[in-house]
Design a protein around this ligand. Structure first.
Ligand code: SF4
Length: 417
């Protein structure tokens, strides 16, 4: 039976701008009358129009889940279900994407089939949470939809006060700047935390993200509690022939403006013969020169990771970039990946035991002090642990030499042990 279409004059205006509109997408789904989801989406459009008229939202939470899981479904119950009964339940299922978000079209088609059978047909790839957001399903369909997706190899992601869905960048499969195996690191770390994802019992959310280089394509440094960023320790690799070609194209002034003068630590200089000189000791691995001279410059051979903790924009105490916990760790053996899993487990356990209710890792570290946190997770203090880059050149350096000597001595002792 054809359902009555809701009039949506206010929503229609959203379709008039230059960009594709989600309203057009919803109308497309609502018009597909052979599909089970059409009445639900039509009803949803009606409710949304009603919200625009009254300037109020009408979704409330509740409890919906699948067997054995305490998270992964975001319940949405309508407060105006008497007016719009077909969309009275419009829950979201958070489905964990594969590492690096690699799919083939067969898998995507199968996911769409499941959602057309049980849900609203509306899917978002991917929300800022990283999940595949399957939006709009009734309570009774949640379990069978999950069972079918689970059969395909998918699992639910995180929600609430637990470990959240993780993200890794596209990584070594498609990107030449990749400095470690991001997909492997993500899978190993997250698989080890799955219990805390599916049965949340932490003080607050905990996110881990994995970027292959400092370009940080998944926003790990400021949007995760445990950020793993690829980097390198030796010299940037230079192909001087390619540099000369770029100088020829941009001109010396253009090259200086766009490459040399953009280096934050003035580590670059252009020689008279149009070759590039790099003071690698001063390079802070910001990726700028490599990004703009992709054919000529590339990351070094001694690759590994820098690990930051506690980043989040915005926290209750303000914005925090992650604080460096591990300045550099080489990633070239199975043991290195096991070390990463153990470190992440220590950080998560310390967070679970010491954070206050509704407090993120960064806020906890700010409250108890970095030194106490380091002691708790079993990491030695290192001068390279930086919260944010120095902004003032006027820094008192009295006694620095003695402190450096003490640190070197400590490191020497540690190496000897
Ligand atoms: Fe300078 Fe950044 Fe290039 Fe290093 S990576 S040399 S800091 S521009």
């Amino acid at each position: 039976m054809a359902t009555k279409k809701h009039d949506t004059p206010l929503l229609d205006q959203l379709e008039s701008g230059p960009w594709p509109s989600f309203i057009t997408g919803l109308k497309h789904l609502a018009s597909d009358e052979d599909q089970q989801y059409a009445p639900m989406v039509n009803s949803l459009l009606g409710q949304l129009e009603h919200s625009y008229e009254t300037r109020k939202g009408y979704w409330k939470g509740g409890t919906v889940g699948v067997r054995g899981y305490g998270a992964g479904i975001i319940p949405r119950f309508s407060e105006v279900s008497s007016k719009f009964p077909e969309s009275k339940e419009f829950h979201t299922m958070r489905v964990m994407p594969p590492a690096g978000m690699h799919y083939d079209t067969k898998v995507l088609r199968e996911l769409c089939d499941v959602w057309e059978k049980y849900g609203s047909g509306l899917i978002a790839l991917h929300g800022q949470s990283g999940d595949i957001m399957m939006q709009g399903i009734s309570s009774e369909n949640v379990q069978p939809a999950f069972d079918e997706m689970n059969e395909m190899g998918f699992d639910l992601g995180g929600a609430g006060a637990g470990v959240r869905t993780s993200m890794s960048c596209v990584g070594a499969a498609r990107c030449e700047q990749s400095c470690y195996d991001e997909a492997k690191a993500m899978r190993m770390v997250i698989n080890n935390m799955l219990d805390d994802m599916h049965r949340p019992s932490l003080p607050y959310k905990f996110k881990a993200k994995f970027s292959g280089c400092a370009n940080d394509c998944v926003n790990a440094s400021h949007r995760s509690d445990f950020a793993v960023l690829g980097t390198w320790k030796d010299d940037i690799k230079v192909k001087q022939d390619e540099i000369k070609k770029i100088v020829e194209t941009l001109g010396r002034k253009g090259f200086n403006d766009q490459v040399v003068n953009m280096c934050p630590t003035r580590a670059l200089s252009l020689n008279d013969d149009d070759t590039l000189e790099i003071d690698n000791e001063s390079c802070v691995k910001c990726m700028h020169c490599i990004n703009v001279c992709t054919k000529a410059l590339s990351v070094g051979d001694e690759k590994g990771v820098t690990i930051l903790v506690g980043g989040k924009r915005t926290l209750k105490i303000g914005d925090l970039m992650g604080t460096v916990l591990i300045p550099f760790h080489k990633m070239d053996s199975e043991e290195d990946y096991e070390w990463l899993v153990e470190l992440s487990e220590n950080v998560l356990e310390f967070f679970a035991d010491n954070a206050l209710e509704h407090e993120r890792t960064g806020e906890m570290i700010e409250r108890i002090g970095l030194v106490n946190f380091l002691e708790g997770v079993g990491v030695d203090v290192d001068p390279n642990m930086v919260t944010h880059p120095r902004t003032s050149s006027y820094v008192r350096m009295d006694d620095w030499d003695e402190e450096v000597a003490k640190w070197n001595k400590r490191k020497g002792t540690a190496a000897a042990e």
